[in-house]
Design a protein around this ligand. Structure first.
Ligand code: SF4
Length: 266
């Protein structure tokens, strides 16, 4: 069965060309003077602010996934202030892993440790994810891991809709760059966003075959929704890591995701 479309160029946030003409108020005394025309500066590389969007997209279509991600992080996100979460963050938590990954995990938002280190899924939640990957025989370095939000909400509260609306274009751009074969949503927010099933509870999403669709670029990727490691930690009590009922549910979901990788999409 076919994987996701891999032909679409990345949509990157170019600085774009700016209108530069400034109108001069007419004067009844001096004769009209032709405005000075300044030759445009030559374009030497993509870091120049004068590069136009279509040219950039054409060049970016030839880039590796790693270069697309680096551009997205450094130039498109930069020191992002698009929502109020910028005020309380220590680091923007962009994502980590193999830019060519076939399996991509998407969580909700950075927590305390992620905010401090600038890396998603570290701390206890990250350890639990690592245990799951070990049990499945998937090296963490082979996957890519990111969040819906790139900055930590205060006290790890749920994301607000306006924050998701402002930040999720970065996640969509990451998916376009990586072009994974399977997406795993960790938690309800990631599941709702990736599958477009905004009203479904997590247990309903787990039961269904869901698909990530981005019509603009023709991207479609199967989505497996499962529980967030933080939820599993709360449910597991004193059970050894990887052995609780909640762990078993997640592992069955992740086996399904790995099965999609091996057998093609559902
Ligand atoms: S959460 Fe996203 S949109 Fe908001 S400031 Fe951070 S990077 Fe920007």
């Amino acid at each position: 069965m076919p994987g996701p479309s891999r032909s679409s160029p990345p949509s990157v946030h170019s600085e774009g060309a700016r209108a530069r003409g400034a109108s001069q108020p007419p004067t009844s005394v001096a004769p009209p003077v032709a405005p000075a025309v300044r030759a445009p500066a030559p374009r030497t590389d993509l870091s120049e602010k004068t590069v136009d969007t279509s040219s950039l997209r054409a060049k970016a279509s030839e880039w590796s996934a790693g270069k697309k991600l680096a551009y997205l992080r450094d130039r498109s996100i930069g020191d992002c202030r698009r929502c109020a979460l910028a005020q309380g963050r220590t680091n923007i938590v962009f994502g980590v892993g193999n830019p060519e990954a076939e399996l991509m995990f998407v969580g909700e938002a950075p927590g305390f440790n992620e905010d401090r280190q600038g890396i998603p899924f570290v701390g206890r939640a990250g350890e639990r994810l690592n245990i799951w990957l070990d049990l499945l025989g998937v090296p963490r370095g082979n996957a890519y891991i990111a969040n819906v939000l790139k900055c930590r909400p205060p006290n790890n509260r749920d994301p607000h809709p306006v924050e998701v609306a402002r930040c999720s274009p970065f996640l969509h751009a990451q998916i376009r760059a990586i072009q994974p074969k399977v997406l795993v949503a960790l938690g309800r927010f990631a599941g709702n966003l990736l599958s477009g099933s905004e009203q479904l509870a997590l247990h309903r999403m787990r039961e269904r075959v869901l698909t990530y669709r981005e019509a603009k670029h023709g991207t479609t990727v199967p989505v497996v929704v499962t529980y967030h490691p933080s939820y599993v930690l709360r449910q597991s009590g004193d059970a050894p890591p990887g052995t609780s009922k909640a762990d078993e549910l997640v592992l069955s979901d992740l086996r399904r995701a790995v099965g999609f990788l091996r057998q093609g999409r559902p």
